[in-house]
Design a protein. Structure first.
Length: 354
C-alpha cells in the first residue's frame, strides 16, 4: 500500500495514485539517478560541463490479489509484467490509518507478503510443471538434458511446499538455467516497509508490523528498507537546498528513497566505475566481477575491441590526494591490463587503439 505514491516520489513520473487499491492498470516506468557523493566530489574538482550519474529503472506494477495466478483481480497480465523485471521492490504497508483503505480491510504485512509470494509461487509451479513434462520426454533420448531435468525436479518440490525458488542454493551452471526460466519467485526482493509519518525518526523499530516484516525478511535473507511514502512525496517536491533542510529537520541523514535506490542497485550486483574530466563526470554501471576491457566496452565498443590498458585510481585515494597528479606522485595511479577486475569507485581512463 502506497506503491504508486512512492513511485511518484522516486521518479516524479506522475503515475496515478489514490487512496484505494489497484489504481495502477498499465505499468509506469521511471528512470532515476543513483545518488553518488563521489560523482559530486569529482564534479567539484573538474567543474565539468556535463554531469551524468548512474541510473536505475523502476516499474510501477499493479498490486496482486489472492488468485491472481488463476486470473483473479488483474491477474496474469500483471504477473507477466513482473516477469520482465530484474528484481522486485515489494511495498508493504506497516502503518495504521483508518482513512486509507486496505484491500483486505486490515493491516497485516505478513499476510500481504505471503499473498504476493504465493501467487508468484503458483505461477512458477505451473511453468515448471510444463517444463518438466517436456524434459521427461526429451531426456530419454538426450542425456544433455538430464542435469536440467534434475534441477527442475528439485525446484518443483520446493514450489510444491509453497516456498519461493530463491530459497534454494544453486551452482553456477544451475544459475544459468534458472536465469533462462525467468521464474517470478526466483527474483531478488527488497521489502519497502511503508511506515507512518511520525516514525521516520527511528521509532518504527518499535512498530510491531515493521518488526514482523523485518523478522520475515531476515529468514529469507532479504533486505528491509523503512520508508514513508507520504513524506518521500513531500521531499520530491523540494529543490536540493530545501530537501537537505527538510531531511535535517527530520533528524535523518538521507531520504528513504536514496536508501531504497542504493539498496536496489546493490541487490542487482551492480557497481559503478567513474570517468572524469572537464567535459564530463560520469558514473558507468557494470556487474560486479566485470573485467577492464568489458567495462571499457560500456563506453564504446571500440574501447573494448582496441583495449590496451586501464589507468586507474581508487576514488578514496584520489579524494585523499586531492588531484590525479598528487595520486600519481604517491604511486596510487596505476596501469591495469585485460585481466583486471573493476572495483566499485574506480576512477579510470581507458587507453585503446583501433
Amino acid at each position: 500500500m502506497g506503491k504508486s505514491t512512492l513511485f511518484n516520489a522516486i521518479t516524479n513520473a506522475g503515475a496515478e495514485s489514490a487512496n484505494y487499491p489497484f489504481c495502477t492498470i498499465e505499468p509506469n516506468v521511471g528512470v532515476v539517478a543513483v545518488p553518488d557523493k563521489r560523482l559530486d566530489w569529482l564534479n567539484e574538482l573538474y567543474h565539468a560541463e556535463k554531469y551524468t550519474p548512474a541510473v536505475i529503472e523502476f516499474v510501477d506494477i499493479a498490486g496482486l490479489v489472492k488468485g491472481a495466478s488463476k486470473g483473479e483481480g488483474l491477474g496474469n497480465k500483471f504477473l507477466g509484467h513482473i516477469r520482465e523485471v530484474d528484481a522486485i521492490v515489494h511495498v508493504v504497508r506497516c502503518f495504521e490509518n483508518s482513512n486509507i483503505v486496505h484491500v483486505d480491510g486490515s493491516v497485516d504485512p505478513l499476510r500481504d507478503v505471503e499473498t504476493i509470494n504465493m501467487e508468484l509461487v503458483l505461477s512458477d509451479l505451473e511453468q515448471v510443471e510444463r517444463r518438466l513434462d517436456r524434459l521427461r520426454k526429451l531426456a530419454k533420448n538426450d542425456k544433455s538434458l538430464v542435469a536440467e531435468l534434475e534441477l527442475m525436479e528439485k525446484v518443483y518440490v520446493v514450489l510444491s511446499e509453497g516456498k519461493s525458488a530463491r530459497s534454494l542454493t544453486y551452482t553456477e551452471d544451475e544459475q544459468k538455467l534458472m536465469a533462462s526460466m525467468g521464474l517470478l519467485s526466483d527474483k531478488a526482493v527488497i521489502y519497502a516497509a511503508n511506515i507512518g509519518e511520525d516514525e521516520v525518526d527511528g521509532s518504527y523499530e518499535e512498530n510491531p508490523h515493521y518488526r514482523a516484516l523485518a523478522a520475515y525478511a531476515a529468514e529469507e535473507g532479504a533486505e528491509v528498507v523503512p520508508i514513508c511514502a507520504g513524506i518521500e512525496a513531500e521531499i520530491a517536491e523540494l529543490d536540493e537546498e530545501e530537501k537537505a533542510m527538510f531531511i535535517a529537520d527530520l533528524g535523518i541523514t538521507e531520504s528513504g528513497l536514496d536508501k531504497l535506490i542504493k539498496a536496489s542497485y546493490s541487490l542487482l550486483g551492480l557497481i559503478s566505475f567513474l570517468t572524469a574530466g572537464v567535459t564530463e563526470v560520469r558514473a558507468w554501471t557494470i556487474r560486479r566481477g566485470t573485467k577492464a576491457p568489458q567495462a571499457a566496452g560500456k563506453i564504446h565498443t571500440d574501447f573494448e575491441r582496441g583495449f590496451i590498458r586501464a589507468e586507474v585510481v581508487a576514488f578514496d585515494d584520489l579524494q585523499a590526494c586531492g588531484t590525479v597528479n598528487a595520486a600519481k606522485e604517491k604511486g596510487l595511479y596505476r596501469s591495469e591490463g585485460k585481466d583486471y577486475v573493476m572495483k566499485d569507485g574506480d576512477v579510470v581512463l581507458f587507453r585503446f587503439n583501433v
